[in-house]
Ligand binder design. Structure first.
Ligand code: ZN
Length: 318
């Protein structure tokens, strides 16, 4: 809404009927004492008077306050403009001469505004508001309901803006490769063991966790490292009698995949766990901890981190 244009729209003054009503509404004064002296609270029968018109596609509502009307002031304290087509509203504060974005209930009203719910508007004005806004109510209530609806829509749009990139990125995340679990087990997790049965003469064979076979060993010693003679992988020897639960350290693994924007880099953690006496059937675990999307020029776009909560997003600034 162009503010300058809005101010050019016809000014509405309080009608003589409103002025008479305000004149007759002598406020009730309540004096109350607090720690810092006496205070006076005013109560009117009607705390606000409204006039409205539909002009140039806008709904313009003028709000008049009895305290000024009772001294002859016909000018509005606030003027609210609603552009229904754009779903926008703004209020001009004529006393302080500034624009306000607050809803009608949050405008800086005088204290007596809250002492009564009575507000006056002509039946025609009431219906005009209802008709223009297309809501369930007219008058002040209709205005507030409309503004609440606009605020809710704004919030929804903002939330959508924030979650849209996430959803898009999730949609373009490819499936894990078919042999991913095997790769995790054999390549991603690098630690391997040879489990052997201790004998006084020295064990001659042991079970290599990489080969998944009995392999020849020569003088293995518990927790010492060596190499499997068959697969040449570095191994840690584990005496079956002495080893309790054996667990590899967490291994970091990275998976790079093509996606719509360019490519996606996924970080995983994983480990293998051997239960006592069941070293041929390890439990292999891996889980994704980070995900980053890069465009075709390898510039980072969005990154996600799997923390305690599953959808924490970290924006990588470019
Ligand atoms: Zn081996």
């Amino acid at each position: 809404m162009i503010k300058k244009e809005l101010l050019k729209l016809r000014t509405m003054n309080a009608t003589s009927k409103m002025m008479q009503m305000a004149d007759a509404d002598v406020p009730k004064r309540t004096v109350y004492k607090t720690w810092n002296g006496e205070h006076v609270s005013l109560s009117y029968k009607c705390s606000l008077y409204l006039r409205c018109q539909v002009t140039h596609g806008f709904l313009k509502v003028a709000f008049f306050l009895p305290e000024y009307m009772r001294t002859g002031g016909k000018k509005a304290a606030y003027e609210l403009y609603i552009d229904k087509e754009k779903g926008e509203f703004i209020t001009y504060d004529r006393i302080r001469q500034k624009w306000l974005t607050a809803k009608v209930d949050m405008l800086p009203w005088p204290g007596y505004f809250y002492n009564t719910k009575n507000k006056w508007i002509s039946p025609q004005g009431h219906d005009r508001i209802k008709k223009y806004l297309g809501g369930e109510h007219g008058g002040y209530k209709g205005l507030l309901e409309y503004q609440l609806k606009i605020r809710a829509e704004e919030l929804k749009r903002r939330h959508k803006r924030e979650t849209d990139p996430w959803d898009l990125d999730m949609a373009q995340t490819p499936k894990l490769p078919k042999d991913w679990e095997r790769w995790v087990n054999k390549v991603g997790i690098t630690e391997n063991y040879i489990f052997y049965q201790y004998s006084r003469k020295g064990a001659e064979t042991g079970y290599c966790t990489f080969c998944e076979k009995e392999v020849a060993v020569s003088k293995p010693r518990h927790n010492k490292t060596g190499r499997c003679m068959r697969c040449r992988h570095e191994v840690t020897y584990k005496s079956i009698g002495k080893a309790g639960i054996v667990m590899t350290k967490d291994s970091k693994m990275y998976l790079m995949q093509r996606c719509e924007d360019g490519f996606i880099l996924r970080e995983f953690n994983g480990y293998r766990k051997y239960r006592k006496g069941d070293y041929k059937n390890p439990e292999v675990s891996s889980w994704e901890v980070r995900r980053a999307i890069y465009d075709h020029n390898a510039s980072p776009m969005n990154a996600y981190y799997w923390g305690l909560y599953p959808k924490i997003r970290i924006i990588v600034t470019q």
